[in-house]
Design a binder for this molecule. Structure first.
Ligand code: PLP
Length: 414
């Protein structure tokens, strides 16, 4: 069920009209539905009911404190990839024992911070990282809980930029190198082996590769057990896709049940790291048409949001539905919806059949994941405000940046 619906032709987020949000907070503006976030998390937690499990939200998908807060309150853990994300989740009062730390480039300083906080697990991605972590933990007189991110070499059949489980990707340790890696880890004084981790890619629209990857990881788990290395948890990563246009995304049940069947008889705690699936369809980007520029070859609608706000179309050629906030009765024409940034790649959608006038409000849908969190200040464009709707209430959860804030850290010469 969508939490963005129409009433008398106008688009609402829960019980709040997007017209009112635009008037109150201006545009461009990110709008999130609290109930959409909660419903998405509930779906995972319900299917996992009865299993020793933890859903660790992948913070990079959308790291606004209010989003993290919603998930923390419902018992979610967090998957982080930087010291910055660690500080964010600690700032909302997350339990450090529910934090896993992923990423190929953890610095010594980041390791120190995470060890001091007492996180649940480091998802180690290379032998070199393992050695560094052992040294850093030793210097602090601590033991680092670790899990190896193994690369199961399965094809996630998704966009090459977001496919991570093939041999040629930079992520994880090759499947064949996993046993030697664990033997090395077992010989170190300052790490404690607690699990195994795999994340094969993002926006997967097929559940089969997940189960395929799990089969390979379970072979590894058994091989380790035969050597006396017994794991406490298995982390199945994230990657479940969402509908952006008219695709059929697998249900959480269809995604999880085949895997849970393989895990039912085992004494392994189950960790998951969903990102996009928890937030992607819980957010939209509200924008206003500034100018219409019809032409012989193409019609351009220039809006006040741009690629610095939502990079996905420019970066991956991604589709986002673009819908009028108020249904218009005029003649629909194909429009390229573009921003004011000085790049030809600055488009949000192409050839969209819409009846447009300047001043109209548009909603760019499915913009809750990898949207605001990937935005930039290119062209010294202040980042848009973020608003979270909760029933009939509206919370400004990040104020619109000012240009002065953007250069406040800079200094002139002398
Ligand atoms: C990005 C990422 C995730 C989340 O991926 P989604 O496709 O958003 O679910 C989970 N785990 C790791 C290691 C990641 O890099």
């Amino acid at each position: 069920m969508s939490h963005f619906t129409r009433k008398d032709g106008a688009l609402y987020a829960e019980e709040v009209s997007l017209l009112d949000i635009a008037t109150r907070y201006g545009t461009p503006c990110w709008v999130y539905s609290r109930h959409a976030l909660e419903t998405a998390l509930d779906e995972f937690q319900q299917v996992l009911d009865g299993f020793d499990s933890l859903v660790c939200y992948a913070v990079k998908a959308n790291s606004n404190l209010a989003v993290l807060d919603v998930f923390a309150r419902r018992g979610a853990g967090f998957d982080i990839v930087s010291a910055g994300e660690l500080k964010r989740v600690l700032a909302v009062g997350a339990d450090p024992r529910q934090i896993v730390f992923s990423g190929v480039g953890k610095t010594a300083a980041e390791m120190e911070l995470a060890l001091a906080a007492g996180i649940l697990c480091f998802n180690v991605e290379s032998a070199a990282e393992l050695e560094r972590l052992d040294a850093v933990a030793g210097s602090l007189g601590k033991t680092a809980p670790i899990s190896l991110r193994v690369n199961p070499d399965v094809d996630a059949r998704t966009h090459p930029y977001v496919s991570t489980g093939l041999k040629e990707n930079k992520f994880g340790v090759a499947y064949d190198a996993a046993l030697p890696f664990y033997r090395q880890a077992a010989s170190l004084d300052n790490v404690r082996i607690c699990g195994v981790d795999c994340h094969i890619g993002s926006q997967l629209m097929d559940a089969a590769p997940f189960a395929e990857a799990l089969d390979k990881v379970l072979l590894l788990v058994d091989g380790l057990a035969a050597e006396g290395i017994v794991l406490e948890h298995i982390d199945l990563g994230g990657g479940l896709g969402i509908r952006y246009r008219d695709e059929e995304a697998p249900s959480v049940k269809d995604y999880l049940l085949p895997m849970l069947d393989k895990l039912r008889q085992r004494q392994l705690r189950i960790l998951l790291e969903p990102g996009r699936r928890l937030v992607g369809n819980a957010g939209l980007l509200l924008t206003r048409v500034e100018y219409l520029k019809p032409g012989e070859v193409k019609n351009f609608a220039i809006v006040d949001a741009a690629m610095n706000d939502l990079a996905r179309p420019a970066l991956y050629g991604s589709w986002h539905d673009i819908v009028p906030v108020v249904l218009q009765s005029g003649v629909a024409l194909p429009w390229d919806i573009v921003g004011p940034v000085c790049e030809s790649g600055d488009f949000l959608g192409r050839g969209r059949e819409l009846a447009l006038s300047s001043g109209d409000l548009l909603a760019i849908m499915s913009a809750g994941a990898y949207s605001m969190s990937m935005s930039s200040n290119y062209n010294t464009r202040p980042r848009a405000a973020e608003v979270m709707v909760d029933g009939a209430r509206c919370h400004l959860v990040r104020h619109r940046e000012t240009a002065e804030e953007l250069f406040a850290l800079e200094r002139r010469l002398g």
